[in-house]
Design a protein around this ligand. Sequence first.
Ligand code: M6R
Length: 611
Amino acid sequence: MCGIVGFIGAQEAAPILLDGLARLEYRGYDSAGIAIWSQEKGMEVVKAKGRLQVLSDMVDGGKALKGTVGLGHTRWATHGEPSDVNSHPQVSENGRFAVVHNGIIENYAEIREILQSKGVHFVSQTDTEVVAQLLEYYYRGDVMEALTKVLHRIEGAYALGILCADCPDRLIAARKDSPLILGYGDGFQMLASDVTAVIKYTREVCYLDDGEIAVLTRDGIEVLSHPYLLPVKKERHHVDWEISAAEKGGYEHFMFKEIMEQPKAFRDTISPRIQEGRVVLEDLHITAQQLREMDKLYIIACGSSYHVGMAAKYTLERLLHKSVEVTLASEFRYCEPIVTDKTMVLVISQSGETIDTLAALREAKRLGARVLSIVNVVGSTIARESHDVLYTWAGPEIAVATTKAYSTQLAVVYLVGLYFADLLGTIEKAEYDSIVAELTCIPDKIQTILDQKEQIQYFASIFFNHPSIFFIGRNIDYAVGMEGSLKLKEISYIHSEAYAAGELKHGTISLIEPGTLVVALASYGKLFEKLMSNVVEVKSRGADVLGVTTESRKETMAKTVDHVVAVPDTHPMLLPSLDVIPLQLFAYYVALMRGCDIDKPRNLAKSVTVE
Ligand code: M6R
């Protein structure tokens, strides 16, 4: 949801800003813009609807804009359609202030009306313009004074970058509920929505917290608290990601690269946490006593992370003998959740910045729950606000459609389940040992499926023109079907639904007609026969069925369905980690054959920082 980057130093800023924006484009890509200040020309703002390349061409890769201080923005439209004028930076009426923003100013309409009644002329439909105009309105020669008044007046979520033509020796940033990091360099400083935009230049960063303001000059960064502008001492972090991890490295798409990286990502996530056959979670500070007293376990997440939560419910209930409720983060706050100080909440988020998930986390904490989060982005807000955090070691995930984050989230769920079950004494030693042993085999088994990708590509070539595709499954197969369906629709734009197979005959089966494609997941052995009955029901209505099952059931399934994909056999609890791989590949190849923009699907952005 919008990427922002800022640079102040001795080098030309525009090429650095464009490079940073290219790495942030996954956050939004309907328009982009930059503001540069120079002695000769003052404030120059160039912005354009469309992909970053349009802007880059307009400024000759940055060479056409001279100046060593500036701000950049790549947009995912909320208020006002994607257009040149609605792109950021938004500029105050007399051009003094240029503002880039990620988030939503909720009371913008009211402020806009008041300013208009005082004669301020607005040019865009954005909420962000209100910030620029309000800065101008309050400005009496002191930017910080104007900014504190603005922050006092606006409501909502924001990461702001501000450049003022009266003091171009500094960049100013402020944050509430939207991510912002600061990068410390030698003779230069940077700000950005995330570290991928700065690691080419510096690996020393700090994370701005809510209610903080940062002043960046060429010599350093000062962080102050709002509203009294008291100095805040920030902890610096060293980022050790390789820059190549955030680049395509010869692959046509990030999504494909990330699919192929899953064996490594899974191994990196589990290996340090399995020692001599035992799950060791040193980062966790939850005791057996707390677990025994736990009155409820909620899992809260959005999108694919929610689908991991769906699979986790089956796993954790089986291992812990406790009931688990999975709730969409966007619903949690509004469903009057029953939470006590004995409640535990498992929050799952790749980005660690999803606003709905963050808001639910805060609500759960307010009600007294203990929060454990599974997060990929180190230092993200959800990670920092949780009582305990377990990181997935997937590395940067750039494609909007998540793949390796999903897989590593599942890996952490298994580890948590085993660790908690061991503490609670709800698992037999033999069962524990066999799951741990099998867990270490999962990366190789994922690799086996990836090595047969051409088979999935072939199935994609048969079905890529189908207008509507159903995924059916039972139990964990249903949870995986939900992810397969989401993957397909988000990148290929084919209508798709996932159904608990037993539910079909309660209405949805009326949509099945000759030629409808049904992807039937039948890997969970206990329910194989039941699922096959549902397959027969859709086949009798003319559906084409693509089955997904395990090697040991492949032949049986092949007798009934049109095509079968087999994954290696494994412990039933771990099946989602294998079943999801062919579904990711299927979605990828279907989207490829349809000529879709796979890494940047329409209307989407990777990090959803608005409600
Ligand atoms: O960063 P998060 O895991 O909190 O993101 C949640 C969803 O927005 C995300 O999983 C989304 O559904 C993906 N684009 C799916 O591929």
